[in-house]
Ligand binder design. Structure first.
Ligand SMILES: C[S@@+](CC[C@H](N)C(=O)[O-])C[C@H]1O[C@@H](n2cnc3c(N)ncnc32)[C@H](O)[C@@H]1O
Length: 233
C-alpha cells in the first residue's frame, strides 16, 4: 500500500507536531511521563538475550536503550516518523552499538517479516490512519508467538483524553478497552493481558487521569499459523 492522500496528510501533521515537541525538549518529558506504564509494558515482553526488539514510534529511544542495555546480544531497533525524535534517539544511544534507529513512517515494508521477538509501542497506534493495516503490519513483523505490548492513554474510558485530537489538530482513533481487544483479535493476535497502569499518587499531588484511569496496556502474541496474506510484504 503506497498510502492514501489522507494518510500522507496525517503523517505530515504527526511529523510536524513531534518535530516541534522534540525541539521543545518534550521528548524527555514524555520519557519521564510515560516511564511507569512503559516499564510495565516492556516487562511483559520478557525480552531475552539474543532476541530482536522493536519500538514503534520510539520518540527519544528510551525503551530501545532499555532493550540494548539488557544484553549485548539483543538487537534493539526504534522507528519514528519524526526526524528530530530520531536525531535525539541516536545522540542519546551512541554508547550502545546494538541500538539502531530508523527514520520512517509505520507501517513499513522494508523490515523483514517475522524478524522480531518483541514489539513495544507507547502512545502511538491511535495516530495511524489505518489502524487495521498497522496492526496487521505489526503482526507481520513478529516471529510466531512473539509479543506486542501496545499502550494508549487516549481511549474511550479516559474521558480526560478526549480533547487531545482537537488540542493537537491531529486525527486519533478513539476505542474502548474492549475495542482495542477486538481490533487485536480481528487481525489474528491472541490477547494475553489487558490492564490499566495507574501512577501512584504522591504526597501533595492533585489526582489526575494518570492516577484514576491510567494507561491502557494490551499485550498480545502473534499467531503461530501463517500471517494473513494481506499483511505479507
Ligand atoms: C506521543 S509520542 C510517544 C513517543 C514515545 N513512544 C514515548 O513514549 O515517549 C508519539 C510518537 O510516535 C511517532 N509516530 C506517530 N505516528 C507514527 C507513524 N505512523 N510512524 C512512525 N512514528 C509515528 C511520533 O513521531 C512520536 O514520536
Amino acid at each position: 500500500m503506497s498510502g492514501t492522500m489522507s494518510e500522507k496528510k496525517q503523517l505530515e501533521r504527526v511529523r510536524e507536531v513531534f518535530d516541534a515537541w522534540a525541539d521543545a525538549g518534550r521528548a524527555e518529558g514524555m520519557e519521564e511521563g510515560h516511564a511507569i506504564a512503559a516499564r510495565e509494558a516492556f516487562g511483559r515482553l520478557e525480552l531475552e538475550p539474543g532476541q530482536h526488539y522493536l519500538d514503534i514510534g520510539c520518540g527519544n529511544g528510551y525503551s530501545v536503550r532499555w532493550a540494548a542495555e539488557r544484553a549485548e546480544s539483543i538487537q534493539a531497533y526504534g522507528l519514528d516518523v519524526s526526524a528530530k525524535m530520531i536525531a535525539r534517539a541516536r545522540a542519546q544511544s551512541e554508547h550502545l552499538p546494538n541500538a539502531r534507529f530508523i527514520h520512517a513512517p509505520f507501517p513499513i515494508r522494508e523490515l523483514k517479516a517475522r524478524s522480531f521477538d518483541a514489539i513495544l509501542s507507547m502512545e502511538v497506534f491511535y495516530y495511524l490512519e489505518n489502524l487495521e493495516w498497522g496492526l496487521l503490519s505489526a503482526a507481520r513483523l513478529l516471529k510466531p508467538g512473539g509479543r506486542f505490548a501496545c499502550v494508549v492513554d487516549y481511549y474511550e474510558e479516559n474521558v480526560a483524553s478526549h480533547g487531545w485530537p482537537k488540542d493537537l489538530s491531529v486525527k486519533m482513533t478513539l476505542l474502548s478497552a474492549e475495542g482495542w481487544r477486538a481490533a487485536m483479535t480481528d487481525v489474528g493476535f491472541e490477547v494475553l493481558e489487558q490492564t490499566r497502569i495507574k501512577a501512584p499518587l504522591s504526597a501533595n499531588e492533585e489526582p489526575s487521569w494518570k492516577h484514576t484511569e491510567g494507561s491502557l496496556l494490551t499485550v498480545v502474541s502473534a499467531p503461530w499459523r501463517e500471517t494473513p496474506k494481506s499483511a505479507r510484504a
